[in-house]
Design a protein around this ligand. Sequence first.
Ligand code: ZN
Length: 387
Amino acid sequence: MHTATFKEIKAGKVTDVYFQRTKEILKKKGIRRRVAVEVTTKSLPEEWSWAVFVGLEECVELLRGLRGVDVWALEEGTLFFPSMPVMVIEGEYTSFGCYETALLGILCQASGVATRAARCKKAAAGRPIVSFGARRMHPAIAPMIERSAFIGGCDGVATVKGAEMAGVAPTGTIPHALVLLTGGAAEAVEAFDDIIDRTVKRIALVDTFSDEKFEALSAAAALGRRLYGIRIDTTPSRRGNLKEILREVRWELDLRGFRQVKIFVSGGIDEKRIEALNEFSDAYGVGTALSNAPTIDFAMDIVSIDDMPVSKKGKLSGVKEVHRCPVCLGTWVTPKGYAPKRRCNHAAPCKKLLRKSIADGTLTKELPHPQTIRKSVLKQLALVSLS
Ligand SMILES: [Zn+2]
């Protein structure tokens, strides 16, 4: 596989060569200074007003064991805004500087995927969404994509390894291959019903050979009350007006007493499509929009050297603290040790969001399970809007 192993990443091989050269120069010149670096982003993609911080667990794996290194970070699943530090690393520069490339890569991609998932979940207004995006990215990173998508709010993930990573059972319906090989939508869902464990929901795929409405009705007739739902994944060239197709399918199913049959839509789904289809759709499979989510352009910058504030132009120097009102998610960044100039009137005390996760190379506490992190994301999502 054309992928780096954890051992190679930990050995600093996936680094931009200028960090390697910098390390060599500093070592040979005897420059050993303790720095604090912070990870921030100036802006978010696609005019997002917030994003979800994910990737800490992998960063911690890279940084643990480094003598003299301390790490403060947001907890995974924390909503963040531009110009807000999400991670601070302190230590002798040459002991961790060469990890900048890998650390940013982890955080930029995982947080982008989690944010897209959160936006889709918010748009779906309570309807379930499932991550179908593994096939759009290299298989070596599919588990990371699905863990991030799950944390961001997906209710399920499609791949076996991704589900294992998220700590849930994998979710799936019926592929077009099974419909083609069994001869029709009803035949496929009947075969599925015969063979697959009763605990798995029966969801027929109704867009392979003929019209979605007639295939949905034949699947419903074949399985009766055992049919949980139908999935529509119509190829774009045959879609016409998808919302009208869904309206028609819903109408015909209801008219014939199949009101319990859910409509599941996949193919080209993102938060905008979700908002447009919510009237008739009960659940979504989201693929490319998740796996190909824009990355968050995090940067890592020195903000102090030997406890003296210093930074390049365009960056605020000094180690900072992030304060958040738990009621409105109002967030204020101050120099470390300063009280926030709060601009909301809520009585609840602000929380400090940067928590120490590594002290002198050692993990300070067990990291939470993806299900716990996801619950915290959903709680915060209730307090923000999509725009
Ligand atoms: Zn507040």
